[in-house]
Ligand binder design. Sequence first.
Ligand SMILES: [Zn+2]
Length: 245
Amino acid sequence: MGVIKTKGLVIKEVSYNDSDKMLTLITEDYGKITVLARNAKKNGSRTSYGTQVLTYGEYVLFKGRTSFIMNSCDVLMNFYNLATDLTCFTHAAHMLDMAGDAAQDNMVSAQILNILLYGLQALKKGRTPLLVSASFALKLMQITGYPPHVCSCASCNTCDIEQIFFSFKYNGFICENCSKQDSEAVFVDIGVAKGIMYVLCAQKGGVFNFELSSELLNVFSNIAFRYISQHLDKNYKKLDILNEF
Ligand SMILES: [Zn+2]
């Protein structure tokens, strides 16, 4: 077994037996990994340090052929206080979920980790939770290689679009004409279209640094969550509950 060091965020913790925990981390260098944390359930013990969900730290791990065992952790940042607000925490949990599902590929996990940290920071700063989690969903799709097509009609390719629609069939904006052939296309107000394009262009913390009226935010978030559900092939049932907040 070799010893490795990597930065990562705990996205899940599961009780493994009476004293141990199994953690899921999104890491900078090793993608999404599961790590056995021995004696982590003993309160106040050195080994419980850094094993909580929403901990971001530098982890020292023993790397076996198929598994990782935690040795120690240097906590760099934590987002535990998000748990004090139910709405915030629900959106944070949803973001961890989406990130975990999208982080299958080691190549992009560092980028996912990075944008996830910026998203959690935005929640911590008090940005609108629905705007943060929906923007995160969209940015996540771009990072993993599935950005929606926004520079012309995704169906006929015309740039001459007066009324914009979002198509889940063509994965992006389509024109009014093409929308007649796509019964599930959603009319997109110019403010929503700008929001989508803004998120795709923005970097780092800037991704979460814009405003939408609650009416536009509803359309924006419905599109973002439906888009990611379709691509990750997972029905995010919690979304219905989330939209009520
Ligand atoms: Zn068209």
